[in-house]
Write a protein that binds this ligand. Structure first.
Ligand code: SAH
Length: 490
């Protein structure tokens, strides 16, 4: 790496959190940084752009220390700048919007150290935008005001909230969680109508984004109910109502992680904002060595899931053998997964259930091999054996309750517009985990307020058993059809 002969300090804005919303200049400077100072962990992806040998300093949390004061940060910047190194001081949003970038610039100027500011996308505009709120809108408002909600009374430059109420237009309040009640009352006292739409957007541009909507009159209560925490932005004004049409519906997807990427892509393509929260964990089991012989010995091979089909077909030898076997599946999605790979499926029951499958197999076949998950229903084996069929079974994968932090987040804080279930076990484990976390009643309430989709009748039945109302079941039992059904029905 090229070492600069003389140091320079860059005060760089990192945007609202999404790595894609960092400017090209910021990215290049991070990639060339010799020293990187940042506040809180912005995003590990953004920090990961720094060279491996760069000195990184988290000024929000030094070892054995709580937090550096602004004066100490200024002094540190001056010290690092004097060492003649290329210093990047990374900040959330824009460095000059409530970022104290100006103070750092003044300290550097006073010390005679060259510096440069690199603007970033400020959360003040981009976080509302991401939540479907344009800060100006033709015919609605021609002005927006950005303020901090954190001003302590008596501090210099005290903000006159009652006067602010009279300005009208859109009001964007940063750092507004702690003093939400005081600030909204002041706006009401100043004459802003309690009916004015208002929304809090927590953790914008992250998978944990939440929008808590209401009016100036009830937003305090709504925020308490939802337990809104910093960082969040409060937006007050008629533009807030536009989010209903402009914000993509959020959909919680409880499928296991191995389906995460695919689900995310499909959901985005169909206009949803996915929230991945795997409620079951998936792990592949090794194929038994004698699998080829066991396939040859059976007169019908049964797959009960697309996942199982994918695992088995990854083995070239097994795939070849299956080409000359009689194949059965429980439903069309599994059939498709096999047929996409050039295999022919001759048995698919009319009703997509273990019982339906057992009934279409029992009269015809003597030795059936089941290739499925270790948690497959015992019904299938029992019904087949009762009908005199010899059953062999190979477990291709295991599913277990997941301990994913994204699931816990969903249970404790998530407020998606839609919950999407792709199997009975995704539903069962969600409720079980909620119970373990002591949040079952609260989750039930949110499920009742949101829309609920089930991929097919067995999932719907499990949800009914758990006392959860189901709004959507697609005609074709695939993830994509389920999402299309939600779109169609709205
Ligand atoms: N310089 C930053 C603002 C720093 S002040 C900028 O231009 O965006 C910190 C405040 O910004 C937080 O208290 C919160 O109100 C807001 N904020 C920053 N990032 C946010 C995000 N991703 N979601 C919601 N609010 C955010």
């Amino acid at each position: 790496m090229k070492r600069s002969s003389r140091g320079k300090v860059y005060l760089v804005g990192a945007g609202p959190g999404d790595p894609d919303l960092v400017t090209l200049r910021a990215k290049r400077l991070i990639e060339e940084a010799e020293v990187l100072l940042f506040d809180r962990l912005l995003s590990s992806e953004i920090l990961g752009w720094a060279p491996g040998d760069a000195e990184t300093i988290d000024v929000g949390k030094l070892p054995g220390r709580h937090k550096l004061s602004q004066e100490e940060i200024n002094a540190l910047l001056v010290e690092k700048g004097r060492e003649g190194r290329r210093v990047v001081r990374l900040k959330g949003g824009d460095p000059f919007v409530f970022g104290r970038g100006g103070e750092e610039g003044l300290a550097l100027a006073a010390a005679g150290i060259p510096f440069e500011v690199v603007p970033g996308i400020t959360s003040a505009i981009s976080v509302p935008a991401g939540a479907g709120i344009p800060v100006t809108h033709r015919g609605v408002t021609t002005a927006f005001t950005v303020v901090t909600g954190h001003e302590e009374p008596g501090k210099d430059d005290n903000l006159d909230w009652e006067a602010l109420a009279k300005v009208g237009g859109t009001l964007v309040i940063l750092m507004g969680v702690a003093r939400l009640e005081e600030n909204t009352s002041a706006l009401l006292r100043g004459g802003r109508s309690p009916e004015t739409p208002a929304a809090l957007i927590e953790r914008g541009w992250s998978p944990e984004e939440r929008l808590v909507g209401g009016t100036l009159g009830d937003i305090v209560e709504r925020a308490k109910e939802a337990n809104v925490q910093s960082p969040a932005i409060l937006v007050v004004g008629d533009v807030v109502a536009l989010s209903e049409k402009l914000r993509p519906p959020t959909i919680a997807i409880l499928r296991p992680d191995n389906r995460g990427e695919e689900s995310e892509r499909i959901a985005r393509m169909l206009g949803f904002r996915p929230i991945l929260a795997p409620s079951i964990a998936f792990s592949e089991l090794p194929l038994p060595e004698d699998l080829p012989e066991r396939i040859e010995r059976s007169d019908c091979v049964v797959f009960t899931s697309a996942t199982g089909a994918e695992i088995a077909l990854r083995d070239g030898g097994v795939a070849e053998l299956l080409k000359s076997s009689v194949l059965a599946t429980i439903g069309p999605r599994t059939q498709e997964a096999l047929e996409e790979r050039g295999l022919f499926v001759s048995v698919v029951p009319e009703s997509y259930s273990s019982r339906g499958l057992a009934h279409s197999l029992a009269p015809k076949f003597k030795r059936v091999l089941l290739l499925r998950s270790a948690q497959g229903s015992p019904d299938l084996v029992r019904i087949l054996e009762e009908a005199g069929v010899e059953v062999d079974e190979v477990y291709l994968y295991d599913i277990a309750p997941s301990a994913d932090p994204r699931l816990d987040w969903l249970i404790l804080r998530g407020r998606p517009d839609i919950f999407a279930f792709t199997s009975g076990s995704t539903a069962k484990n969600l409720m079980k985990r909620a119970k373990d976390l002591g949040a079952q009643d609260d989750l039930r309430e949110r499920l009742a307020r949101a829309k609920v989709a089930a991929i097919g009748p067995p999932t719907e039945a499990e949800l009914a058993r758990l006392g959860v109302r189901v709004d959507y079941v697609p005609e074709k039992y695939t993830f994509e059809s389920m999402l299309e059904e939600i779109r169609r029905k709205g």
